[in-house]
Design a protein around this ligand. Structure first.
Ligand code: SF4
Length: 325
């Protein structure tokens, strides 16, 4: 029997190139080897999302991005977290055995509390408990993560151990599958591409014209002020993006940049051309799925139905072991 993978993404914005190269491409590959459960974690998004009127649109966009990139609803379960309400029941039970001190020491809680000091809500503190419930409700064993998420997996394992010791072996201890996610740089020159930073991303759903326009605004080598100045590709975000989209020519671009043989405008035009070319099939599939009336809803409804079968069986076992019925 194949091991089960679980992963989720918050529907707070459309997916961008960083998500595609970092996570989604990996999700697509995992479908060959594992029984995959991919969840649009709308409840999680409420911990930071204050304005919820766009949440359904975001869910639709995220599902389209995933499907366009190659997530296959025949192979994987693709669904929305809140469509399987058993997860919040399990979160409540797991919360009863999770010491508050464990949650307060989680690095992402500290970061978020700092970022939104006026909204340090109960859900924010309990985020890792809900995340554990997400994973163990489906008895998932393998969780694709970046290094920064390992503390969450460790916490999930501790909660699982507690439950299993107290009520008998019920859940497998999830294991983080470290993936060498490439860090896709932000167009603004600050750290990595992120939906929380305005103007830093290129979305999968952008048109070729929008993509080109965004690339033309990208920050390059700050020391290269004039066309005649030799550049430093190693500190240029456009150059890093060429590594993914122009691999065959990247070495030569570096050489030409260093001797001012190529200007930044031409270099960006080449990147835009190659990125748009690479995205042609994904964007075509996205447009095709978007044009099919009711298709996304159909996929998500079917995913929730299949996820619920697993969730209900798990909850029956959990309630029985806890003596609740
Ligand atoms: Fe960056 Fe290309 Fe300009 Fe060199 S030529 S600084 S690699 S954009």
């Amino acid at each position: 029997m194949k091991k089960r993978v679980f992963s989720g993404a918050r529907p707070t914005a459309r997916q961008h190139i960083g998500n595609l190269l970092g996570a989604i491409d990996n999700y697509v590959k995992l479908q060959q080897e594992y029984d995959c459960v991919y969840c649009i974690v709308d409840i999680h998004s409420l911990t930071t999302l204050q304005d919820t009127h766009k949440i359904q649109e975001n869910i639709n966009d995220l599902a389209l991005d995933w499907l366009a990139a190659g997530l296959d609803p025949q192979k994987s379960i693709i669904f929305v977290q809140s469509h399987v309400p058993e997860v919040t029941e399990l979160q409540t039970y797991l919360g009863m055995m999770t010491p508050l001190s464990w949650l307060l020491r989680v690095p992402t809680f500290k970061e978020k509390a700092k970022a939104q000091p006026d909204n340090i809500n109960y859900g924010l503190v309990g985020y890792p408990v809900l995340m554990t419930a997400d994973i163990v409700l489906y008895k998932a064993e393998v969780i694709p993560v970046g290094e920064d998420q390992l503390p969450h997996i460790e916490l999930a394992r501790e909660i699982v151990r507690r439950f299993n010791i107290k009520f008998g072996e019920t859940f497998p201890e999830p294991v983080g599958k470290l993936t060498s996610f490439p860090t896709v740089p932000s167009l603004t020159g600050k750290s990595k591409m992120s939906k929380s930073e305005e103007g830093s991303t290129i979305d999968i759903a952008h048109t070729p014209e929008e993509t080109s326009a965004r690339i033309m605004t990208a920050v390059t080598d700050p020391e290269r002020k004039f066309r005649k100045d030799p550049g430093h590709p190693e500190i240029c975000n456009v150059y890093t993006l060429h590594k993914y989209f122009t691999p065959a020519e990247v070495e030569n671009i570096g050489v030409e940049c260093r001797k001012a043989g190529i200007g930044c405008v031409d270099c960006k035009k080449l990147l835009a051309k190659n990125m748009n070319l690479a995205l042609v099939p994904i964007r075509a599939r996205r447009a095709e799925f978007a044009a099919r009336p009711g298709y996304v809803k159909e996929v998500l409804d079917d995913g929730a139905k299949r996820a619920r079968v697993i969730a209900q069986a798990t909850m029956q076992e959990v309630r029985q072991k806890m003596g609740l019925r």
